[in-house]
Design a protein around this ligand. Structure first.
Ligand SMILES: [Fe+2]
Length: 255
């Protein structure tokens, strides 16, 4: 069993990463690891916050970055800062699929919003001022990033299939399906259609596909074909768990 948290935002949280990790270790002594679906902190703090979290939790952490994790940096720089923090703190986006046994594998990419489920309109994200790559042309740069993320996922899917994966867990930040993003303020910046289309295209190659994402701070479940997708609950200033994932039954229990 794994524990899963979304949008912890440690840079503005009242609980420290160490305190949160320690409380998880006490509450879930049998957990094999912690899955994080992005928005952990902000760029210059992500690596140290993850180290403190791991110090408290004591088990492996599997994570992807969210949009906030790139603030005051660029895609390349922020990615480089978290690539090799610790053997037990795995950046899924740059790592091989993680074998969870019984033909279950876990892969991850941040994804990116692509204005595929809604028009860009007037609403601006703070990301557009705080992430270097988005300052010039945020809509075009976001779409390009979303396509790059989908291509990355395809290569991970192909690798997983070549090594006998039958059940795939996809960890991402931006909801790939409109149904998970619909409670959000502005659909253009809360969904990645290109990633959703990619998952829909490749899901038939697997027995089952599970998607875990964040970004909306709102717990939602969506089922389509053999795909089971969840967005995770999150609370401002109070880090909480979104759920638990049982790899043996391939099921999620939201908390
Ligand atoms: Fe986010």
């Amino acid at each position: 069993m794994f524990v899963w948290a979304a949008d912890l935002h440690f840079n503005s949280a009242r609980t420290s990463p160490f305190q949160f990790g320690s409380s998880l270790a006490q509450r879930f002594p049998n957990a094999k690891g912690l899955i994080l679906t992005g928005d952990i902190s902000v760029s210059h703090r992500v690596a140290s916050d993850l180290k403190d979290l791991h110090f408290g939790f004591g088990k492996p952490i599997y994570f992807v970055l969210g949009n906030h994790d790139y603030w005051d940096s660029s895609f390349r720089s922020a990615d480089n800062l978290v690539r090799e923090i610790h053997n037990d703190i795995l950046y899924l986006q740059s790592d091989f699929p993680v074998d969870l046994g019984n033909s279950v594998q876990m892969v991850g990419v941040s994804g990116w919003y692509d204005a595929g489920y809604g028009e860009p309109g007037e609403v601006l994200m703070e990301d557009f001022y705080r992430i270097a790559d988005l300052k010039k042309d945020p809509v075009a740069a976001s779409r390009k990033r979303a396509e790059f993320m989908a291509a990355k996922l395809v290569s991970k899917i192909e690798f997983a299939l070549s090594t006998g994966c039958e059940k795939l867990v996809i960890v991402t930040h931006i909801p790939p399906f409109e149904a998970l993003a619909k409670e959000a303020d502005h659909l253009a910046w809360y969904g990645s259609k290109v990633l959703g289309d990619c998952i829909l295209k490749h899901a038939p190659s697997f027995k089952e596909v599970l998607v875990l994402c964040g970004h909306t701070h709102f717990a939602q479940k969506y089922v389509i074909g053999n795909i089971l997708a969840y967005s995770g609950e999150a609370k401002r200033v109070l880090p909480v768990l979104a759920g638990t994932f049982d790899e043996a039954t391939f099921s999620v229990s939201p908390i």
